[in-house]
Ligand binder design. Structure first.
Ligand code: NAI
Length: 244
């Protein structure tokens, strides 16, 4: 894993939570890391806190044009992207019966289409370099479903199919594409659930604790390593056993 020194890494949505922990881990391993958030201010603030190996960019991952511009800028500033972590994601929960088109579309557009845009934008230079590591952050919800999250489950399950198809397209070019499927991880996203719901979920987790962003970052850095070059199209669950 030490071979990530000077690797150019792009983590989408790295301003907080899991993405931020991934950026911190990559920076610790000596990589040159780009993170993005919806505002330049948030991205700059997080990058400053993460240290000199991390640079912040503004990007709306739900916009193809914005993602294309992001990849161009990162490539210009840091060099060809070798590791892409598709982490940016949102939830807009609600029962299907009452789900608005906007709620559905925003989640698909950000969580699934955003990963497609980033892969497509980074593909050309990765293919040219005949090297790449792509890690898509899905969820246990994409594997098991979850009431109130049909939009999110569809996007996260979609990422898994997308990963398997794209992994087959680029395997011969030494590019791996894998999924990390986190369980319940303590971040701002899950803080919305409140204490009572979190306690009920924790009870169901075989490890009897919610995960940390660092638990996910460790798995992401593993799949991002040059040594992980024979692992592709797979889904690595990091969930304390709740997905079993
Ligand atoms: P978070 O809400 O703390 O952070 C999400 C990040 O994505 C933020 O940096 C935000 O700025 C960024 N983002 C959201 N929409 C964006 C957009 N349109 N353009 C650019 N950036 C955007 O979430 P958390 O918990 O860190 O989740 C990260 C990923 O992990 C998400 O894809 C989430 O679905 C997934 N995940 C999280 C789990 C959890 O328990 N926290 C469990 C399973 C998966």
């Amino acid at each position: 894993m030490s071979n990530l020194k000077d690797a150019v890494v792009l983590v989408t949505g790295g301003t907080r939570g899991i993405g931020r922990a991934c950026a911190a881990r990559f920076a610790e391993l000596g990589a040159r890391v780009a993170i993005c958030g919806r505002s330049q201010e948030a991205a700059d603030k997080a990058a400053a806190e993460l240290g000199p190996n991390v640079k912040g960019y503004a990007c709306d991952i739900a916009s193809a044009a914005s993602v294309d511009a992001l990849v161009d800028r990162v490539t210009e500033d840091l060099g060809t992207i070798q590791v892409l972590v598709n982490n940016a994601g949102i939830t807009r929960d609600g029962l299907l019966m009452r789900m608005k088109d906007d709620q559905w579309n925003e989640v698909i557009q950000t969580n699934l289409n955003g990963a497609f845009y980033a892969c497509r934008a980074a593909a050309k230079s990765m293919l040219k370099a005949r090297y790449g590591r792509i890690i898509n952050i899905s969820s246990v919800v994409g594997l098991r479903g979850q009431a109130g999250q049909t939009n999110y489950a569809a996007a996260k399950a979609g990422m898994i199919g997308f990963t398997k198809a794209y992994a087959q397209e680029v395997a011969s070019r030494n590019i791996t594409v894998n999924v990390v499927a986190p369980g319940y991880i303590a971040t701002d996203m899950t803080a919305e659930l409140g204490e009572k719901a979190t306690a009920a979920i924790t009870e169901q987790i075989p490890m009897k604790r919610v995960g940390t962003p660092e638990d996910i970052a460790f798995a992401v850095a593993f799949l991002a390593a040059p040594e992980a070059g024979y692992i592709t199209g797979t889904t690595l669950s990091v969930d304390g056993g709740i997905g079993m």
